[in-house]
Design a protein around this ligand. Structure first.
Ligand SMILES: NC(=O)c1ccc[n+]([C@@H]2O[C@H](COP(=O)([O-])OP(=O)(O)OC[C@H]3O[C@@H](n4cnc5c(N)ncnc54)[C@H](OP(=O)(O)O)[C@@H]3O)[C@@H](O)[C@H]2O)c1
Length: 333
């Protein structure tokens, strides 16, 4: 479906963007890939990495806070993937206005600019588990961003244009996450790995799975869906034992803005959530536009009160399975 299409990725120089581009070039022959981000150095590096594809790449320096610039970049674009974000919890907490400008105003700019750009057919915005019952500003801004993209479907009129959201949790091995944190301690000769709370659990998702879900959303969405991968959970204590077998695990206390479990679907969402073979979809709670109640085929409504959390998952990784996954070359990025 991406053959011959022009795809724009905001924040395309980031971890997700690089993986998405790898995937697209491996499986499709797009007409053009537009990277939209601020830092020229990251763009320079990316241009070097993909120099054999230079004819199809366009590197736009631009900020999602700048609607005029973003509108210019949209000329002739078929699909928009919105990955640009301020996403470090402490940074967002200390710089709340900046987080609002990028994550909320940026989302509004994208919605407005796309609505005014006739070539665009699909927009997929990336969300996070932190947007679910948010306990920190990063999650709060992403919740508002999700709502903006879902509600944007109300304004498309007769156009062949949809907005949808893909939500996933911490990518295994991503910067600032627990795997590189433990690895750093091990590399420096540490013999014990601190655990914030022995009960803590997380979902395990690779960047590859995140990218595949975005492709799925591009293929299937009718507008208004929030797509969520079905993935296994692990206990943080099992991760520590997988990385440093037999290690001491002092319990150091939960950090501010941290949750015991990652939640993807809340009990309140269960009323509009459907289960599919490999994912869940939360449909919009409000139906303001024609087709908003359209449920994609193959889904089964989840029971009332259902919650999808890393703490109540049916699928769990053992220490040995975690060790196998840690061997993957994609883990550290
Ligand atoms: N990584 C995870 O574990 C994870 C988990 C769940 C959801 N997500 C979501 O997935 C998305 C992508 O995450 P990622 O891991 O790829 O992040 P990342 O590696 O930090 O990349 C973010 C990208 O956004 C760009 N950017 C930041 N502010 C911008 C702005 N104002 N205008 C334009 N571009 C901007 C950055 O480039 P410049 O600095 O050059 O502008 C960078 O290329 C985010 O929406 C995030 O919330 C990530």
């Amino acid at each position: 479906m991406l053959n011959g299409k022009t795809i724009l990725i905001t924040g395309g120089t980031g971890s997700f963007g690089n993986h998405f581009v790898d995937y697209v070039l491996k499986h499709y022959t797009p007409k053009k890939i537009i990277i939209y981000s601020r830092d020229e150095f990251k763009q320079f590096n990316m241009a070097n990495k993909y120099k054999e594809y230079k004819d199809i790449f366009r590197f736009f320096i631009g900020d999602v806070r700048d609607k005029e610039r973003f509108t210019r970049a949209l000329n002739g674009v078929d699909y928009v993937i919105h990955a640009a974000a301020l996403k470090q919890v402490p940074a967002c907490e200390y710089n709340p206005m900046e987080a609002v400008k990028t994550n909320i105003n940026g989302a509004m700019n994208i919605v407005d600019a796309v609505l005014d750009s006739p070539s665009v057919k699909k927009v997929v915005a990336l969300s996070t588990d932190k947007a679910v019952n948010p306990v920190n500003l990063y999650g709060g801004t992403k919740l508002v961003s999700d709502k903006l993209f879902i509600a944007a479907n109300s304004y498309v009129g007769d156009r062949d244009l949809t907005f949808s959201v893909v939500r996933y949790g911490n990518v295994a091995g991503s910067r600032g996450s627990v795997i590189p944190f433990f690895q750093n301690i091990i590399d420096n000769g540490g013999r014990e790995l601190p655990i914030t709370d022995y009960r803590m659990t997380r979902f395990w998702i690779s960047l590859e799975q995140g990218v595949e879900l975005v492709i799925k959303a591009l293929q299937d969405s009718h507008g208004g869906e929030t797509f969520i991968s079905k993935i296994p959970s692990f206990k943080i204590t099992d991760l520590a034992q997988a990385m440093l077998p037999g290690c001491e695990m002092p319990e150091v206390g939960i950090r501010e803005g941290e949750k015991l479990h990652e939640i993807m679907v809340t009990k309140e969402d269960s009323a509009t959530t459907y289960e599919y073979d490999k994912h869940y979809i939360i449909y919009p709670h409000y139906s303001w536009w024609a087709g908003s109640s359209k449920v994609l085929s193959g889904g089964k409504k989840v029971p009332e009160g259902f919650e999808y959390s890393s703490g109540n998952n049916k699928e769990w990784l053992s220490v040995e399975q975690i060790q196998e996954l840690l061997k993957s070359k994609d883990i550290f990025h």
